[in-house]
Ligand binder design. Structure first.
Ligand code: ZN
Ligand code: ZN
Length: 362
């Protein structure tokens, strides 16, 4: 059972602390996090009393079913053709609130609420919600571990199938089929299988290249399990690696291991980034490491905390982050190695580890 009531209580603590009377939640993932229902439209949590989950007619029956046991949560139906903006404003207006927080809102909706309820203070509380979502509870960790295991299995499949003559999309299909077959509820992001010179594009190529002998192949994948994501990258060398490929692979591998060793509660995210960045720069490839070292993972595949040079974050127990150094040389190719890790008191647990014997370099 999703621990939503304890999450809503934490939201109320934040509201009380900040002197805000209610929170209007618009982000779908935040609504899911706070209610257990994935298709909510808006959620209004007052400091005291019942919360209101706004749902469109199309999701009404599913909402009733999903939150049948949730105490203190009522459903407000938005009928087909009904003006939802007015409905939300009238519920907020009826609450007699002086200050209402929001997570993420369009400029149009912000202006509409402000113009209709002129004495209302609107305050952004997006960061406060992230402060909860960044620290995963036991329930979430179970789901993320499962997503990570499905992702590992997808990567092992990639290792089995990659060979010269195969199209990138065929490899992607095999990986996604494997993850789906084992219970994944979808992919956390579009599968990246990127070979040859195009592997130098960190976000992937076009998926239409035929894999050739001697290629570097970057495979960046993530399974999803009950809303939660995992994220993992391995780089394969097809056939016998060249000296240069071996050198680059070794640098990225060592940088990644070094960074993971730095991960623990209380450490600054930018110090972890710096450890990997300095190592790669020391080996002469600093200018080719063109992205941050990592990011948080949860209901979103990219979420706080960011692990980068300008990050102000300090890690704490229960954070789930990626560690993904890379070197990308235009015209030559790229290498990235990425794992999803759990931050603990004095170390990290790697959730997408592949044991030494299965080392994914072909
Ligand atoms: Zn990734
Ligand atoms: Zn990533």
């Amino acid at each position: 059972m999703l621990p939503v009531s304890s999450r809503i209580n934490k939201i109320r603590d934040i509201l009380a602390q900040k002197g805000i009377d209610a929170l209007l939640v618009s982000d779908e993932k935040n609504i899911y996090y706070l209610t257990g229902f994935p298709w909510g439209f808006r959620l209004l949590i007052p400091l005291d009393g019942e919360s209101t989950l706004f749902v469109h007619s199309v999701n009404y029956e599913a909402a009733k079913y999903a939150i049948r046991d949730a105490a203190g949560l009522r459903i407000e139906l938005i009928r087909v053709g009904e003006k939802w903006g007015q409905k939300i404003i009238s519920v907020i207006g009826g609450g007699g609130f002086k200050a209402v927080g929001f997570d993420r809102i369009s400029a149009t909706e912000y202006a509409r609420i402000r113009d209709s309820l002129r004495s209302l203070n609107l305050e952004c509380l997006e960061e406060a919600i992230w402060s909860l979502r960044k620290v995963k509870d036991e329930f979430e960790l179970t789901l993320i571990r499962r997503a990570a295991e499905l992702t590992r299995r997808g990567m092992i499949k990639a290792f089995e199938v990659i060979r010269p003559g195969l199209m990138e999309w065929e490899v992607a299909a095999e990986i996604e089929y494997e993850m789906r077959r084992l219970g994944s509820s979808g992919v956390a992001f579009d599968t990246i299988v990127c070979s040859g010179p195009e592997s130098a594009f960190p976000h992937g190529g076009f998926g239409e290249r035929k894999i050739e002998e001697g290629d570097l192949v970057v495979v960046d994948i993530g399974a999803k399990y009950r809303g939660y994501c995992a994220d993992m990258t391995r780089t394969f060398i097809v056939g016998k690696p060249s000296e240069k490929q071996k050198e680059l692979y070794d640098i990225v591998r060592r940088a990644q291991r070094l960074a993971i060793k730095h991960v623990r509660s209380g450490v600054r995210a930018k110090d972890i980034d710096e450890a990997a960045r300095e190592y790669i720069a020391g080996r002469g490839y600093g200018e080719y490491f063109v992205h941050s070292l990592g990011h948080g993972v949860g209901l979103d595949v990219h979420e706080p905390p960011t692990i980068g040079p300008t990050s102000e974050e300090v890690l704490s127990c229960g954070n789930i982050i990626t560690i993904e150094p890379g070197i990308y040389i235009p015209g030559f190719g790229g290498i990235r190695i990425e794992d999803t890790v759990l931050v603990l008191e004095d170390k990290a647990t790697n959730l997408t580890e592949i044991s030494e014997g299965e080392e994914l370099i072909s």
